[in-house]
Design a protein around this ligand. Structure first.
Ligand code: Z5A
Length: 216
């Protein structure tokens, strides 16, 4: 049995990661491919509990910046061992909405922790689950925020803990992602996400099908 593919979606908030993952899933499933969709933080019972702590202070106090890193990594380690690695081993494809590069972008470039340290902790958490392709949906911060604001209209919780960070923080995150895409061109595919969803989905399909489905 061939190992499946791990495709991760990254980008600033409101980039359209969940929307594009859903569109890619339908195309892959139409080809008879088993696809598992998951997200970070979360994707397991432990991970979803950590998500509540990280986003909405479910533990009753703010995690300090160091705890924040380790909580993201704990959620990731659990997701890899319990969901991603077993799926890849049985030949399924896994589409993950955010993965290790989010820690490098948000906690490294955004919060200012050493990028090398974030990458080292990421390697510990992900083990062999290195993404085959990382789709970076690039959107400018104001457009991403406008999209999220539209979605939040009428909802009780407005913004979560990380979404509420200052604009400069989100700008550092965006620039961090662009830097990662330059550093790891073999894995990253940058897609202009400041367009309608359909042409973005077409570009992603071309990238994915050219890379993984065109042989034979
Ligand atoms: N975080 C971290 O700091 N470190 C880590 O290691 C990890 C995460 C793993 C998770 O939040 C937060 O945790 C995140 C990073 C941090 N915080 N921030 N900021 P989340 O999972 O709740 O949210 P998110 O990952 O940021 O995703 P999102 O904001 O939900 O956005 P999205 O998935 O990229 O977009 P979407 O849901 O597909 O679309 C958003 C809205 O825009 C929606 O109404 C769509 O209908 C609309 N949309 C989508 N595409 C388009 C286009 N092309 N045009 C117009 N409108 C569109």
């Amino acid at each position: 049995m061939n190992r499946g593919r791990l495709i991760t979606f990254e980008g600033p908030e409101g980039a359209g990661k969940s929307t594009q993952a859903a569109m890619l899933i339908s195309k892959l499933e139409a080809r008879g491919i088993e696809v598992i969709y998951t997200r970070e933080p979360g994707g397991t019972k432990l991970g979803e509990a950590i998500r509540g702590i990280l986003q909405y202070n479910a533990a009753g106090e703010d995690p300090c910046a160091e705890s924040e890193v380790l909580l993201f990594e704990a959620s990731r380690a659990q997701l890899v061992r319990n969901v991603i690695q077993p799926a890849l081993e049985r030949g399924a494809w896994v589409l993950c909405d955010r993965f290790a590069d989010s820690t490098t972008a948000y906690q490294g470039f955004g919060r200012g922790f050493s990028v090398e340290l974030m990458e080292t902790i990421n390697r510990f958490a992900i083990g062999r689950a290195v993404p085959d392709m990382t789709i970076l949906l690039d959107v400018n911060v104001s457009l991403g925020m406008q999209r999220c604001a539209k979605r939040q209209v009428g909802k009780k919780i407005q913004y979560d803990r990380i979404e509420s960070e200052a604009l400069e923080f989100h700008e550092k995150v965006r620039q961090g992602y662009l830097e990662l895409a330059r550093r790891f061109p073999e894995r990253f595919r940058k897609v202009d996400a400041m367009r309608h969803a359909e042409p973005i989905a077409e570009d992603i399909w071309k990238l994915v099908s050219d890379a993984f489905l065109s042989q034979g």
